[in-house]
Design a protein around this ligand. Structure first.
Ligand code: AMP
Length: 192
């Protein structure tokens, strides 16, 4: 089962991805976390992207596409994967379509986490106190949400046209959201 999570920062994608990973045994691939790990380990990629990630801007498409191409061929994705944080631009979405068709796979389902900006901002500010993420400052949060609406939200239409888009009420509790997700995933599993 190949799952894609779309939605603004703070909408709970990471939390739900961890629940899906635990319940269905498919790996959570979170590009933001991969970049933060690279920054911490001071790899070549990490050094290059550090100022971009910390200011809340988008890392160039070619770097992200290479990163995902290498990750999707890892053996742990054999039964599927949960993509969180990629694609974020239409160039990345087109590259993902091409990559998947090259390896003979397709997205089983795309979830759109729906949450208004004020709720997302409140959650991110709360997270900044707990996790001390460098990009959870008010300026970086505003920039990231703006980029979400400008660059990533249009991808909802891309996937609606492909016919596998499911909207999620991301303002509900973690358990309620997971229940919505599970119902949709169980339908997908029953079809295949
Ligand atoms: P996230 O944890 O998904 O909010 O990602 C944190 C940061 O990593 C983003 O604000 C971007 O700077 C960078 N990033 C993560 N995924 C991507 C992507 N697909 N394209 C460009 N930049 C990304």
């Amino acid at each position: 089962m190949n799952v894609l999570l779309l939605g603004p920062q703070g909408s709970g994608k990471g939390t739900q991805a961890q629940r899906i990973e635990a319940e269905y045994g498919i790996p959570h691939i979170a590009t933001g976390q991969m970049l933060r790990d690279a920054i911490k380990q001071e790899t070549e990629l990490g050094t290059k992207v550090k100022p971009i990630v910390e200011s809340g801007r988008l890392v160039p498409d070619d770097l992200m596409i290479d990163l995902i191409r290498e990750r999707l061929i890892e053996p742990d994705t054999g039964e599927g994967f949960i993509l969180d944080g990629f694609p974020r631009t239409s160039a990345q979405a087109d590259a993902l379509d091409a990559m998947l068709s090259e390896i003979g796979r397709e997205l089983s389902i795309v979830f759109e986490f729906q949450l208004p900006d004020d709720a997302a901002t409140a959650r991110l500010l709360r997270r900044s106190e707990l996790e001390n993420r460098r990009d959870d400052t008010p300026e970086a949060i505003a920039r990231r949400l703006e980029l979400y609406h400008a660059e990533t939200e249009p991808l909802v239409e891309h996937y609606r046209v492909q016919g596998n888009l499911v909207g999620i009420h991301a303002d509900h509790s973690v358990n309620e959201v997971f229940q919505e997700i599970q119902e949709a995933l169980d339908q997908v599993a029953a079809r295949s």
